[in-house]
Design a protein around this ligand. Structure first.
Ligand code: GLU
Length: 330
């Protein structure tokens, strides 16, 4: 919490400011929860049949500071699959495995302005995914994860998420099977990537690894801890383990900022102003660098795949706490 403070050298000011800040954040979260809990637009994702079973009323908000303070309201311990909120972390893992030069010879760093599962940009000029935050880029990145076998590569991914959240995580096998059976679009993306030489011949194994990472189970507290780890330059605020090098954490945040909210990334940068990533299970996490991680879970999503309550909470929170990275100190 002390890293949030503008007046570190006055102990009494610090003490009272901390108490004030903690009460304010908790009160704001409670108010946002109460304001938006009855909002009823949007529906849980249906194109992965298992996700359609989610309870649309579930709603959790968690803020975790880089010092490990946690503020939470609502259904913060309801489990959900990461879906695309896994992408920034797997991108970081591939950076550590292969370095920037190789990775970005295969996957770019430009926003697409297209839907998360778009295939059209692969057909355009470069024949490589525009960035690692969309499906084509994430499938290419999954193909790059180094390991002696599928199991070893999966274990590496599970260990990574375990380090980010601070405890062991598991895969929701029902979500995994459900996506695997219905992933015709992702399968065609993978074949096109193979056609253009972006990935190797292990197409089904690559897809399985991608579906597994999307099916990792967390709750909103876990996701906020993952966000706070990125906010803290790659060090988990609770365990103090360095999960990712700080320069790679910076790379992740840069791409989250420009590409993390798919074809709403520009609007998000303008209105909320922090690096963020959403997933079709109804999760959104945001990172205020050097300060805090924020996660919201609420399954009803809009046409672009973003949690509708999540969008509202982030917009309000950004205004109330002055979170935009262009605004100076929150
Ligand atoms: N597993 C999902 C897919 O590939 C992730 C999409 C998302 O969360 O945006 O379609």
């Amino acid at each position: 919490m002390h890293r949030l403070l503008p007046m570190k050298n006055c102990p009494l000011c610090v003490k009272y400011f901390i108490i004030y800040l903690m009460q304010s954040i908790q009160a704001i979260l409670q108010r946002l929860y109460d304001t938006h809990r009855n909002y009823s637009e949007g529906h849980p994702a249906t194109y992965i049949p298992e996700l359609a079973k989610a309870d649309p009323k579930k709603f959790g908000i968690v803020v975790t500071t880089v010092d490990g303070e946690v503020f939470k309201v609502g259904d913060f311990d309801t489990k959900f699959s990461l879906q695309s909120t896994s992408k920034p972390f797997i991108y970081g893992l591939a950076l550590e495995d292969l370095g920037r030069e190789y990775l970005h010879s295969k996957v770019g760093v430009e926003p697409t302005g297209e839907a998360f599962n778009s295939i059209v940009e692969l057909e355009k000029t470069t024949h490589r995914p525009y960035n690692p935050m969309i499906n084509s880029g994430a499938i290419a990145v999954s193909n790059m994860i180094v390991g002696s076998s599928f199991e070893a590569r999966l274990q590496k991914i599970m260990n990574l998420f375990g380090d980010y959240v601070g405890h062991l995580v598991t895969v929701d096998e029902n979500v995994f099977e459900s996506e695997k059976q219905t992933a015709h679009r992702n399968r065609s993306i993978a074949h096109l990537l193979r056609h253009f030489g972006v990935i190797d011949e292990h197409i089904e194994e690559t897809l399985d690894l991608y579906f597994k990472q999307c099916s990792v189970l967390v709750d909103t507290q876990d996701l906020a801890m993952m966000a706070a780890t990125l906010a803290a330059g790659g060090k988990n605020p609770r365990t103090h383990k360095e999960v990712i090098r700080s320069d790679y954490a910076k790379d992740i945040l840069s791409l989250m900022f420009t590409c993390g909210m798919y074809d709403s990334s520009g609007e998000w940068a303008y209105s909320v102003g922090i690096p963020a990533k959403s997933g079709v299970s109804g999760a959104i996490f945001g990172v205020v660098p050097g300060k805090m991680g924020i996660a919201v879970y609420s399954p009803p999503i809009d046409a672009k795949g973003h949690s509708m309550r999540g969008l509202k909470v982030f917009n309000d929170l950004s205004q109330e706490l002055g979170l935009s990275i262009f605004k100076g100190h929150p």
